[in-house]
Design a protein around this ligand. Structure first.
Ligand code: ASP
Ligand code: MG
Length: 418
């Protein structure tokens, strides 16, 4: 069996959904499970609605706009579909109810934001059935079971695998359509798996069903060695070893969600990244392989913050200082993207998340003189050659630089960069 995943961009309009249906239809003779994420930028819109609600802002206008966006797509796709209309109305009603919950933010977030995937899957299921691809809609929350960490649910793999295995029976007869990004905690509430987590959902289904492959349909021709919007000369990899792809996601390449590779690599299930506008393009195959000459891979990670902790009492940076810093980072669940020390200071680069950073700095100020700099870009050049090494080291505005035999990282202040 195979698993397909369609992201928001590949479902953003009626014609995009029809295109997804065509792709699915051309594989309908095979055993297939399809994972969809929310349509277009729905997840961002739902986040905004929830924020507005919590801040007593004009949320109904944003809510009605989102509802209209979906209903317009449904009308364009189906001249008449009263039962779908009813189902969508119910989901939008449930958003209005969930938004009013008085529980903590992250819990409410999951109950509200997850509805984007439910809506999208109802529309795509209807589109499939109308074009004679008989599919069974299933609720992913009945299959992907997690702990109760809201917004970053940790998968209970044993229980999840046991549930998902039951789907083999349905796959004998029908295509299965389900949602990405969402699961259920052991106290029965909806959890989400982290932003952009639908790729991970596809990997979970693929792993538990022992799929022959998992395909992610995207708006790019495959995995590229750089973002073509930034570097027009970027090239597509025809194949990549699992390890290489996993490391790319670690450095911030957004083409695949970071958690996607590990479960597939462990079971040796290839991950294919294909172009939804032109399915005849070969795309990229991520699998166990040896690739001789991998071109330099260049990843830009914006919105970085450089924090420097200086000791003030003429001692040098020692292990006790590092313990304090790492303890604070680990307590706040902050990941370091790059770090460096000198005799009297320790500097590290992290993603800028305002609330976390102010807490972190508050804690570190008890022990150090702390400076920080925001709005930075971290450029990672993996498998660099001489030309790439020189180009990126010589960028203007470099604040921090580090290299190993395979990887160069430079942190720059972009407005001063050339
Ligand atoms: N809809 C979710 C998001 O935008 C999950 C996904 O697209 O993978 O984060
Ligand atoms: Mg998405």
């Amino acid at each position: 069996m195979k698993v397909f995943k369609f992201g928001g961009a590949s479902l953003k309009s009626a014609s995009a959904i029809q295109n997804a249906v065509r792709i699915i239809k051309s594989h309908a003779g095979e055993k297939l499970l399809v994972v969809v994420s929310a349509i277009g930028k729905t997840t961002n819109a739902l986040e905004e609605i929830l924020t507005l609600y919590r801040e007593n802002g004009p949320w109904p206008a944003a809510f009605n706009q989102l509802k209209k966006y979906h209903l317009d797509i449904a009308v364009e796709l189906f001249a008449q579909s009263n039962h779908l209309q009813q189902k969508l109305d119910q989901v939008f009603q449930s958003i209005e109810t969930e938004i009013e919950r008085l529980d903590e933010y992250d819990l409410v977030y999951d109950q509200v934001i997850s509805q984007g995937e439910i809506i999208s899957s109802l529309i795509v299921a209807e589109a499939l059935n109308q074009s004679q691809v008989f599919c069974q809609w299933i609720d992913a929350r009945e299959y992907i079971l997690t702990d109760n960490t809201h917004r970053e649910g940790k998968v209970d793999w044993m229980a999840t695998e046991e549930k998902i295995k039951n789907l083999h029976l349905i796959l004998e007869k029908n295509v299965i359509l389900t949602q990405g990004f969402i699961g259920r905690s052991n106290n029965g509430l909806t959890t989400t798996l982290g932003r952009e987590g639908s790729d991970f959902s596809a990997a979970i289904f693929g792993t538990c069903l022992d799929a022959e492959s998992v395909t992610i349909w995207k708006d790019v021709p495959g995995v590229m060695n750089a973002d073509p919007k930034r570097l027009p000369a970027a090239v597509v990899f025809s194949e990549l070893p699992f390890r290489e792809a996993a490391e790319m996601t670690y450095y911030g390449a957004s083409v695949i969600h970071p958690k996607t590779i590990k479960p597939l690599a462990n079971r040796d299930i290839p991950l294919l990244v294909k172009n939804f506008d032109d399915p005849s393009l070969p795309g990229t195959r991520i699998h166990e392989c040896k690739v001789d000459a991998i071109p330099p891979l260049i990843v830009f990670k914006d919105n970085q913050c450089l924090v420097s902790c200086h000791v003030t009492d003429y001692t040098f940076i020692n292990e006790e200082h590092l313990r304090i810093i790492f303890h604070a980072l680990s307590e706040l669940d902050i990941k370091i993207n790059m770090m460096q020390n000198s005799a009297v200071s320790f500097s590290f680069c992290i993603d800028f998340r305002e609330s976390k950073i102010s807490k972190l700095i508050g804690q570190l100020q008890h022990h150090f003189e702390v400076y920080y700099n925001t709005g930075l870009t971290l450029i990672t050049v993996k498998n660099y050659d001489e030309a790439a090494f020189e180009t990126y080291r010589k960028k203007k505005g470099v604040l921090l630089e580090q290299s190993s035999r395979s990887t160069l990282q430079v942190l720059i202040k972009p407005d001063r960069a050339g």
